[in-house]
Design a protein around this ligand. Structure first.
Ligand SMILES: Nc1ncnc2c1ncn2[C@@H]1O[C@H](COP(=O)(O)OP(=O)(O)OP(=O)(O)O)[C@@H](O)[C@H]1O
Length: 307
């Protein structure tokens, strides 16, 4: 058997959806391994929910396909759905029933005593213990907690979470983040759609940014940040002991000097050359680093400036 931690449990290949010949999702490729939390980012209307709905088999793609643990979600929907847990943006369930009744009802579809036996444990896990009123009387955050319990009911290998912490109180946010981490640690592949960049930073190893239906940046967060150069230039931060001299290093486009340092904009990574120049000038270097973009820079720069 293959080790789920290194195995690609979720794979989208060329997923495309067109409505009346307008492509709202265009050739999306994604891969999420077991144990990985993948952040799926994009502005409102970028195509996240449509992509997720294709990946979970709720919408048929115009072209392309999605595989969960190698199973095509459209060709083998029943098999695929056993492996998929989905917390949508807006939980659907029976409002006149309690959380337990909703979960019991859903568990019947899996025809498994083991799944039914998980209900109380899951109610406690998502913080709904002791809540016996019908779901119609729930707050938004409580519905969200139930939605997560329903998504986890059959202990799926692949989890799709669309804005999971939306509407939760701070305690609920922390609980959800803990649960998401635990699910990944248990070897599951998690696709997390979120507008909360701090949450993405805390939870995700890799991200994909979608804009106008296309993936415009993808990969491990650090790599995406490192390779992000909105104007094609590199920023270098220098600190020295003593007084910072003016730099003659080739490649410098502009520099702002202060007493013991400088912020340099260069056409390429010139940290080695600056180091040599400062050594030659007899100035001890305290810090010499390229300045990495923040996740906010990357998101705003790619999505809104079309980089
Ligand atoms: N059934 C449909 N018919 C026509 N256009 C649609 C349909 N469903 C979605 N769209 C369009 O597809 C685009 C992507 O929508 P989608 O809901 O996937 O975006 P999103 O990234 O999830 O946005 P948000 O962050 O606001 O939830 C939007 O322009 C939307 O209007």
């Amino acid at each position: 058997m293959q080790d789920s931690e290194s195995y690609c449990l979720l794979k989208a290949e060329g997923l495309t959806k067109a409505y009346e010949s307008v492509k709202v999702v265009d050739a999306v490729d994604l891969e999420v391994k077991g144990g990985e939390i993948f952040g799926f980012l994009g502005h409102n209307g970028a195509g996240k929910t449509t992509t997720i709905n294709m990946m979970v088999g709720l919408i048929e793609p115009t072209s392309g396909r999605c595989l969960v643990n190698g199973i095509d979600v459209i060709r083998k929907p029943t098999e695929a759905k056993k492996l998929i847990g989905y917390l949508p943006d807006g939980v659907g369930c029976y409002w006149h029933m309690t959380a337990r009744q909703n979960m019991k009802y859903l568990s019947k579809f899996y025809r498994s005593r083991e799944i039914e036996g998980r209900i109380d444990e899951l109610i406690k896990y998502v913080g709904l213990e002791g809540v016996e009123k019908p779901v119609g009387k729930y707050s938004r955050g409580m519905k969200q907690r139930l939605g997560l319990a329903l998504a986890l009911l059959h202990d799926p290998q692949v989890l799709f979470l669309d804005e999971p912490t939306n509407g939760l109180d701070p305690e609920g946010v922390l609980l959800f983040r803990k649960i998401i981490k635990e699910q990944a640690e248990a070897g599951k592949a998690v696709l997390l759609s979120s507008h909360v960049l701090e949450e993405v930073r805390q939870l995700c190893g890799s991200i994909g940014i979608i804009s106008k239906g296309k993936i415009i940046a993808r990969g491990p967060i650090d790599e995406v940040k490192r390779s992000f150069r909105p104007d094609g230039n590199v920023r270098v931060r220098v600190k020295v002991s003593g007084t910072m001299p003016a730099l003659d290093t080739p490649g410098i486009i502009s520099a702002v000097y202060y007493v013991d340092g400088a912020e340099v904009v260069a056409s390429e990574d010139i940290t080695d050359r600056i180091s040599v120049e400062l050594i030659n000038k007899g100035v001890p270097v305290r810090q010499l680093t390229t300045v990495e973009a923040s996740l906010e820079d990357v998101f705003l720069g790619t999505v809104y400036r079309g980089v």
